[in-house]
Design a protein. Structure first.
Length: 956
């Protein structure tokens, strides 16, 4: 059986009834699509056109290979393939009948991708117009093809999977732009004689064409076709499909017009015509026509975006006409959240633009926008109301809840325009008025929700508005609707910093929270526990009296039936709340409180380690009995305690005793407890050393124990380090590297430990490099890169002299050079940070004589590996790294220029020699030389980052 017969058979099996045959066929076809033979088979299947399903799959194969496997084609095959695809488009209609359209769509995309990747071709759009335009006026299928081609060419120019470079992209953009008038004329002709569906497609095709910013705006503005689209939006009788298509196209036209100076005429026409859509909007409002209202929402939002700069700079003048904001607020008056959410981006952009004005400009402009923001907030408050009969808290996945999260963010965006207290006072007055009117609970809750959204901006010293809020919250009945209780709890949590300085109010709030009925707490468990944690984090000086009650609540919650993960998460928050109350207490109270909080976790971990076969994995924890046998739950409980507990040197008791005693004479208040915890965690390490999840959680627990004790953790560090090395050699969990970095950070200042700490690195690094050098190590183990180089940075900070005497340092530098191109952001950042530290050492001046060998070693390593560093920085920035990482790379290059400017000049030359160039899909030699000149002259990181970004565009 030949390739084509096997292809037909696989397609038949893929659409058959047998599941086994279908899976086998899918595997075969997926594998087949990557072969060189697939080009010829797909072309032959399309030529035969005897099976519509096979033709669709063949066309999809052609499209897929254009992007993934284009290099398989010899240059001599490009022209014949292009001709073949054009012939298929022209002739398949007669063979496939109604099945023709999906095949044609795939082939149009394939043709566009082919054309874009052959830089020697040009003027193809004109050829297609000549070939299909005349037929399109009388032949509906030919019209569909032409519209599809007009649509996909500009769209594929934006396809990030096509690495054609800015030079080719610009050339095709110009070619398309030159055909704009001819294309618009063709669209007009098609619309005159075509059925409704083709007219709609012609309208959306113009929208796609306008994604090319090189199009001449005046040609569009002069066209009858575009103005007829604008008129359709102002017509209340406009059919829905035409209205939707027109709105999409005009929205794209406004994006096109963001360069207002270049497109003033077109932008003015759009603005004037959209201002005239108010009547049509009102009709849609009365008829509750959600589709049209949604389209108007998008239009008005995009209009404000297009006009944003003049709106901010010259409000109520020319393009700064604030009627655009009136239209946006008309949308919010409808109070349907699916419509209102379309305008949030307007307020974000407006607030961002106002935020960056200087103080005087902001004061001058603020009064223009206050009335619009006030109206927006009032309308938004109404839209945020629940239905009156809602008696259960909807899940976070609910669409309305998602809208309220967006609304909350939008309030935070605009609050500074009104002023926090002015906004809150206005809403608070409405809330109090609704209570006085005995209005539905939904009014009060929506108002509290809006206040909560702005509450994080309240200053701690406010005595005018916030006391009124707290007084209102304390009057909320304990049996109120659960949604009201939830919002009340969240608002109390938001006010935690303000409450932290007020003994009476914070005590009253915690009393109110602890007084809630059990069934209410069960329903609000996550919110209740989270708010309790927030309040206690700021008010620990006033709230220690509640420690026993909170711990009792913790014990009680753990006995409840229900969603076990939700209960465990709440237990963790309550544990944090109780721990908050221990901070800055006398040593004896801290020790006693820790003993209380740690007893259960240590007991359960001891039981699990004694009977590891009974352990329940986290995915199988469904009941409270299962939770008792899940080590992760109890490790996390220990982590909660030590994460929240302030380090000993930051506790008030330590600070007061330090006035009269030496630091080393003041033992950690919880020393004995922590030694016991460390001993139990060591047992967990040994028991579950092959389980990466347990190891990660256990390492996290040890990390915070060590942090809390500082240098006094020294007594169990040597044994712990030895244990970590032994486990890492057997099971290279990257979390061990991370924990080691914490150990180095806390103990690196102790010179007596330097030898041991250096040995720790010498034992761990070889195994880490073994992991990274095996197979596709860097891609499969980015966490190892991140943690290894985070560890290396700690050594640079804490014991650089000892580090740079060791051979392992050169291994780290050598490995870092090629790991610069790691696409994982955290891993890449750690690598770049390590190289930055090495360069900082290399550039050190006037150091003490004993430190000079360290500087010399660092400098010699930079000179030895600098060429590779430059290559991977530039190559990575072009082909692999995100814009954010490109900036970090630019900072590294700037340092290199400072350390060894002359050598960098040579290294950049070597890099340019090895980069692809002059292919039509890459930079030219002249552009590379220009890049080098600007790079070498750069003095700021931003300049280098911009040059790297511009260079990358020439290749991607």
């Amino acid at each position: 059986m030949g390739d084509i017969e096997r292809f037909y058979e696989a397609v038949r099996m893929l659409n058959g009834l047998s599941k086994v045959d279908c899976e086998e066929a899918g595997k075969y076809l997926n594998s087949f699509q990557s072969t060189v033979e697939a080009w010829g088979v797909a072309d032959e299947v399309l030529t035969e056109a005897k099976n519509p399903v096979a033709c669709i799959f063949a066309a999809q194969t052609m499209r897929k290979k254009m992007i993934k496997d284009f290099r398989q084609l010899p240059e001599t095959a490009h022209q014949s393939l292009r001709d073949s695809i054009v012939n298929h488009l022209a002739g398949l209609e007669a063979k496939l009948g109604n099945s023709y359209q999906p095949v044609a769509t795939q082939l149009c995309v394939a043709l566009a991708d082919l054309y874009l990747q052959v830089p020697s071709w040009n003027n193809f759009i004109a050829q297609l117009l000549n070939q299909f335009a005349e037929r399109a006026q009388n032949d509906i299928k030919a019209a569909h093809i032409l519209l599809e081609l007009f649509k996909v060419f500009p769209e594929e120019l934006q396809n990030s999977n096509l690495k054609i470079g800015e030079n080719r992209r610009k050339a095709v953009q110009d070619e398309l732009a030159n055909q704009t008038e001819a294309v618009i004329y063709c669209l007009e002709l098609i619309c005159k004689a075509a059925p409704a569906d083709l007219q709609t497609k012609a309208i959306t095709t113009l929208g796609s064409w306008l994604s090319n910013k090189q199009c001449p705006g005046e040609a569009i503005n002069k066209s009858f076709f575009f103005h007829s689209i604008l008129e359709a939006l102002a017509n209340p009788e406009c059919p829905h499909d035409v209205h939707f298509a027109a709105a999409s196209t005009v929205t794209q036209a406004m994006t096109f017009c963001e360069d207002l100076e270049r497109n003033q005429g077109l932008a003015h026409s759009i603005m004037e015509k959209i201002f005239k859509t108010e009547t049509a909007f009102d009709v849609a409002y009365k008829e509750e026509d959600m589709d049209k209202l949604s389209s108007y929402g998008r239009l008005y939002s995009e209009l404000c975006t297009m006009l944003l700069e003049p709106i901010v700079n010259t409000p109520n003048e020319g393009f700064g006409n604030l009627k655009s904001l009136d239209l946006v607020n008309k949308v919010t008056e409808y109070n349907d959240y699916t419509i209102v959410q379309s305008v949030f981006d307007v307020w974000y952009r407006l607030s961002e633009a106002l935020y960056y004005l200087n103080d005087q400009e902001f004061r001058e402009k603020r009064d223009f926008f206050r009335p619009y923001v006030e109206k927006f907030i009032k309308n938004l408050t109404k839209t945020c109301r629940f239905e009156y009969d809602t008696d259960r808290i909807p899940p976070d996945t609910d669409d309305f809840i998602d809208f309220r999260y967006q609304a909350q963010d939008s309030v935070k965006d605009v609050v500074f325009i009104l002023g926090t207290l002015d906004l809150i006072e206005s809403v608070l007055d409405d809330v109090l008025n609704s209570i006085a009117r005995q209005a539905k609970w939904t009014e009060m809750e929506a108002g509290l929700f809006i206040i909560k959204s702005a509450a994080s901006s309240i200053v701690k010293g406010d005595e005018l508005v916030t006391p009124r809020i707290v007084n209102l919250l304390l009057q909320v009945p304990l049996e109120a609707n659960p949604i009201v209780l939830k919002t009340t709890l969240e608002l109390i949590g938001e006010l935690n910093e303000w409450l932290g300085d007020r003994h009476m109010e914070i005590v009253q709030c915690v009393q109110w929270m602890l007084s809630l009925q059990e069934h209410s707490i069960k329903q609000l468990l996550k919110t209740w526990a989270g708010s309790l944690q927030l309040v206690t984090s700021c008010g620990n000086n006033h709230l220690f009296e509640f420690f026993d009650k909170i711990y009792t609540a913790l014990e009680h919650v753990q006995t409840w039936d229900g969603p076990i993960r939700e209960i465990d998460d709440a237990a963790q928050e309550i544990t944090k709340a109780a721990t908050n109350l221990l901070n800055d207490r006398p040593s004896s109270e801290i020790a006693q409180g820790l003993a209380t909080l740690l007893t259960q976790p240590l007991l359960h971990l001891s039981n699990i380690c004694a009977h590891p076969h009974l352990r329940v994995t986290e995915k199988r924890v469904h009941t409270k009995e299962d939770l008792l046998l899940d080590p992760l739950a109890w490790l996390d409980r220990i982590t909660c305690v030590y994460r929240v507990l302030k380090p000993w040197t930051e506790q008030d008791d330590f600070k007061s005793r330090r006035l009269n005693q030496q630091e080393e004479q003041i033992p950690v208040a919880w020393y004995e407890h922590s030694v016991g915890v460390a001993r139990q965690l060591s047992t967990v390490f040994n028991t579950f050393k092959d389980d990466v999840r347990v190891m990660e959680h256990c390492c996290r627990s040890v990390r915070f124990v060590v942090r809390s004790m500082g240098w006094q953790s020294i007594n169990f560090i040597p044994d712990l380090a030895q244990q970590l090395v032994a486990i890492y050699n057997e099971y290279p969990h990257s979390c061990i590297l991370y924990l080691s970095s914490v150990i180095v950070d806390e103990n690196g200042a102790n010179e007596n430990l330097h030898d041991g700490l250096i040995n720790l690195l010498k034992y761990l690094a070889p195994k880490a490099f073994l992991v990274l050098n095996s197979g596709d190590g860097p891609r499969q183990h980015p966490e190892t890169i991140d943690d290894l180089y985070r560890l290396a940075v700690r050594y640079c900070h804490r014991l650089p002299a000892a580090l740079f005497r060791e051979e392992v340092t050169e291994q780290l530098v050598q490995g870092a050079t090629y790991l610069i191109e790691t696409e994982h952001q955290d891993a890449n950042k750690s690598v770049l940070l390590f190289l930055t530290e090495v360069m900082n050492l290399a550039s050190s001046q006037k150091v003490p004589p004993p430190f000079q060998p360290t500087v010399d070693t660092a400098r010699s390593l930079i000179l030895k590996y600098g060429d590779k560093i430059i290559w991977h920085c530039i190559h990575g920035a072009i082909f692999h790294l995100s814009a954010h990482i490109q900036y970090e790379v630019a900072a590294l290059i700037k340092l290199l220029l400072q350390v060894c400017h002359q050598q960098v000049d040579h290294w950049v030359d070597m890099t340019i020699v090895n980069l692809p160039k002059d292919s039509g899909l890459s930079a030219t030699s002249a552009q590379l030389q220009a890049f080098k000149g600007k790079l070498m002259a750069s003095t700021r990181t931003t300049e280098i980052s911009n040059e790297l970004r511009e260079l990358s565009r020439l290749y991607t």
